[in-house]
Design a protein around this ligand. Structure first.
Ligand SMILES: Cc1ncc(C[n+]2csc(CCOP(=O)(O)OP(=O)(O)O)c2C)c(N)n1
Length: 292
């Protein structure tokens, strides 16, 4: 039975053509449950834009503008400036994938944050350029096989460690910066509401499991979002005024081994015990760092 918390939002409608079981759409539903109707969205290109706006249709129930891959935050800045001029309190929200956020859009995002504009930026982190065929991005985790970092006889996949985008956001002095996963939709909605309450720039990144990219079961997105947290690989984190104010399910946190998470994803199926040990070390570092 549905309760109010899980009801579909009136700001994103069924009928989009995202993959069955798409983790990004689970996250989007949770985000939309936290937004108000007086909102304008600027959306970078990527899976979310492509699957929700095949012309002449749109799955959006809010004013929504598509921008180029790299400049969704610059478009948002322009909208924000116009609203300021008109003395309107409408909230401006940006949505982008990890490619659009960690890589190609980062310069303009940095400028938007520097100018302390009242804009909420949301990154749906699928850990690859999903829309164009799963190329590695700055958010791709160590040892993941992607089409540009394929695992094979001489390679165990991506040799880069995931970029710490949250730390980059914090370095800009954001009053609110947080991360969540599609495994915890209520956590996402709560964080959206807190981010909206901030007068100034805020940032939320959400791990959004990608069925074809992660090579996983179509019913696995929520489970994968949960395991990313409980292994310590992608903890739920919240920083208010630069201070860590909340980290994962604190009281009930029981770390699980990373293998529980990795073994369910084809992008990691090439890994041997020694490789998994290295990834366990990364999770342990997080558990230590964030006092999980
Ligand atoms: C300047 C530019 N380069 C490349 C592209 C092609 N392109 C469109 S979507 C996309 C991938 C988007 O990846 P990401 O931002 O991670 O979002 P996702 O699809 O994973 O949700 C790329 C490379 C483009 N549209 N513009």
């Amino acid at each position: 039975m549905q309760n109010n918390k899980t009801l579909p939002s009136k700001f994103i409608f069924p009928g989009h053509n995202a993959c069955a079981g798409c983790g990004q759409l689970v996250a989007v539903q949770a985000v939309m449950r936290g937004l108000n109707s007086d909102t304008i969205i600027s959306n970078a290109t990527g899976c979310l834009e492509v699957t929700s706006t095949s012309y002449p249709q749109s799955a959006w129930g809010l004013p929504w503008i598509h921008s180029l891959f790299e400049n969704a935050s610059a478009v948002a800045s322009g909208i924000s400036a116009a609203l300021k001029q008109k003395k309107k309190k409408t909230k401006v929200v940006v949505q982008g994938g990890d490619g659009g956020t960690y890589d190609i859009g980062i310069g303009l995002i940095s400028g938007m944050w520097e100018r302390e504009e009242n804009i909420l930026y949301i990154c749906y982190d699928t850990e690859a350029y999903s829309n164009t065929g799963i190329q590695a991005s700055g958010a791709t985790p160590y040892d993941a096989s992607t089409t540009t970092t394929p695992a094979g006889l001489k390679s165990t996949g991506s040799q880069q460690v995931k970029k710490d985008m949250l730390a980059i956001a914090l370095a800009h002095g954001l009053k609110y910066a947080a991360q969540s996963t599609a495994g915890y939709p209520d956590d996402i909605t709560n964080k959206i509401k807190k981010a909206l309450a901030v007068d100034g720039p805020s940032y939320l990144q959400i791990l959004s499991p990608c069925i074809p990219g992660w090579k996983m079961r179509t019913d696995g997105a929520v489970l994968m979002g949960k395991l990313a947290v409980t292994t310590g690989l992608y903890p739920l984190l919240e920083y208010t005024n630069g201070q860590l104010t909340s980290s994962s399910i604190t009281d009930s946190f029981r770390p699980q081994t990373v293998n529980e998470y990795l073994k369910l994803q084809g992008r990691f199926k090439h890994l041997k015990a020694k490789d998994i040990k290295e990834i366990q070390k990364l999770a342990n570092q997080n558990i230590e760092k964030y006092k999980l």
